[in-house]
Each structure stands twice: as C-alpha cells, then as structure tokens.
Design a protein around this ligand. Structure first.
Ligand SMILES: Nc1ncnc2c1ncn2[C@@H]1O[C@H](COP(=O)(O)OP(=O)(O)OP(=O)(O)O)[C@@H](O)[C@H]1O
Length: 270
C-alpha cells in the first residue's frame, strides 16, 4: 500500500519544524529523505510512527488515515527504526528481535513456529545469528543497529520507516542492509545522510530544507550540483556510477593554501 504524507506541518513552541510536507511513497518502493541537520527529517518520520502528532495534515497508508487507527493497528502497519534507537533493558538479542511480534500477539501468547522461523531468518539476514544469546547492552553500536532492523522486519509491516539505519554500520553492513531493503518489497521511507548511498538505494528522493520539501523525484533529477550547493552549502561534482549509472557525488576537502591557511570548499555564504 502507498504511504502518503499530506500537508504535514509540525509547530512546537512557536517554531515551525515541518512546513506543509506532502510526499507519496508508492507501494513497495523506497523513498529517501535527505537534508541538512535540523531540516525536519526525523520530525517527519516521527509523525508516521506516531511519536509526534502533526499540528496539521494527515498520514495515510492506502486509504487508512493513521490517526484514526488504534496504536496497535498502527504498529501492525508501520515498523520504525528511530534515530540512534536505544534499548535500555538487558534482553538478549533474540528476545529483542522477537519483540517485533508484539503488535501481532496477545498477552503472554508464545510465538508460533512460523514466527520463530521469521525471527531466525531476520537474524540471518542481518548477520546477527551468532549474537542471539548475547545481551543487547553488550553489543557494539553497529551490532545493536542490526538487531533493531531485524526487530522491525519481524514486525511484518506494510510500511517501514528508518531513521539513519546505516549509522554505526561498517561499509559491508551498510551495503548489505540497503541491498536487503531493496528486496523486501516493503513501502519504505528512509532517512540517509550519505547522498551516494541514498542515490544507490532509493527509487526517489525527497529533499528537506528548513522543514520544507524543496525537491523530489528520481535521484538523477534531484542530486544536481546546484541543489547540493543551495541546500547543503557544499560544492560537489556529480558523476555517473560506472556500473549502475546512479548519480554519485564527489567532494573535495579544502586544500591547504601556500601560506598555511585553508581555502574553502564550502559555497559562499555558508
Ligand atoms: N521538541 C522540540 N522542541 C523544539 N525544537 C525541536 C524539537 N524537536 C526538534 N526540534 C528542532 O526541530 C528541527 C528539526 O529537527 P529534526 O530532528 O527533525 O531534524 P533532522 O533533519 O532529523 O536533523 P539531523 O540530520 O540532525 O538528524 C531542529 O532544529 C530541532 O532542534
């Protein structure tokens, strides 16, 4: 089912964090939300997983308006990975992954064989099977991040929202995770800071700046040097990936000038 954000605005303490955001993620597609720090990406995702109530606007999954559904029904439809998702209880990895089934079970009901197999498969896909009996508090940041993605997958949601899921992951696990997301068939909205990974992993990108959607569309249409300059204040060259054709940005650090001071690679005014 499609995920539709329709005119979402969030105002907190008189500050507009999100301004009239409308965005559609087509059924089974992956849309990347990118933008500078503080541009409203996490705020938008929080409205989808109902950690935040928008001041105006709606979130729909198919024809269903999320705010009209029970929290339990919402959790059956939407799985979320929050930014730097914390796990405070010292559960084992397999227990945390199994928590993904919570919206689907009642009380102390035990998991079915199918559900246990689902958990095992997700742990294999996220390369954490060998950690199954470890306490989550003993894990590295990247290991813990993979546990939380596995938990989101076993939720068997219709819509997946992920806030910087590649945080803490080494390059192999970044690529494995984003490759996996492409084959899940889930309607996915994902916040990524790495524009090159976003271009490779997402069918469409939405660019937020100061709470406003300033560009959206296919990565090759959106990621232009002008856009990167205007939104991020950085000079970049755009090249085409030799194997996939995806747009890839090349940046250069400011070279030291002969007198020892640095010249700037930032755009004037930033
Ligand atoms: N409860 C709040 N009260 C006031 N301001 C807030 C609140 N929550 C978020 N903000 C501000 O709203 C803006 C958008 O925050 P948000 O976390 O959505 O940005 P982001 O694009 O996800 O940033 P980052 O890339 O740094 O994760 C920021 O300036 C943040 O400081």
């Amino acid at each position: 089912m499609d995920l539709t954000l329709d005119g979402l605005s969030v105002v907190t303490d008189g500050k507009k964090l999100l301004r009239d955001l409308s965005l559609n993620v087509t059924d089974g597609r992956c849309v990347g939300l990118v933008g500078p720090n503080g541009s409203g990406k996490s705020t938008a995702l929080k409205c989808i997983y109902r950690a935040l109530r928008p001041s105006s606007g709606t979130v729909r999954i198919g024809e269903q308006e999320l705010s009209r559904l029970s929290m339990r029904r919402s959790a059956q439809l939407v799985a979320a990975l929050a930014q730097d998702g914390e796990v405070e209880l010292d559960f084992t990895v397999e227990e945390v992954v199994a928590l993904g089934r919570t919206p689907h079970i009642r009380g102390n009901q035990v998991l079915s064989t199918r559900e246990r197999e689902l958990c095992e498969r997700a742990m294999e896909q996220l390369d954490i099977s060998h950690l199954a009996r470890r306490g989550v508090l003993t894990l590295s940041g990247g290991e813990r991040q993979r546990v939380l993605v596995a938990r989101a997958l076993v939720q068997e949601p219709t819509v997946l929202v992920l806030d910087e899921p590649t945080n803490h992951l080494d390059v192999r696990h970044q690529i494995e995770l984003l490759s996996l997301l492409r084959v899940t068939g889930l309607t996915t909205l994902i916040v990524l800071h790495d524009l090159n990974l976003a271009a490779a992993a997402c069918d469409q990108l939405g660019v937020l700046s100061d709470g406003r959607l300033v560009a959206s569309g296919a990565p090759e249409k959106v990621l232009t040097p002008e856009l990167v300059h205007d939104v991020f204040g950085v000079r970049a060259s755009v090249v085409s990936h030799p194997l996939t054709g995806d747009p890839q940005l090349l940046y250069s650090l400011a070279p030291p000038s002969p007198n020892g001071s640095e010249t700037s690679c930032l755009s004037p005014g930033h």
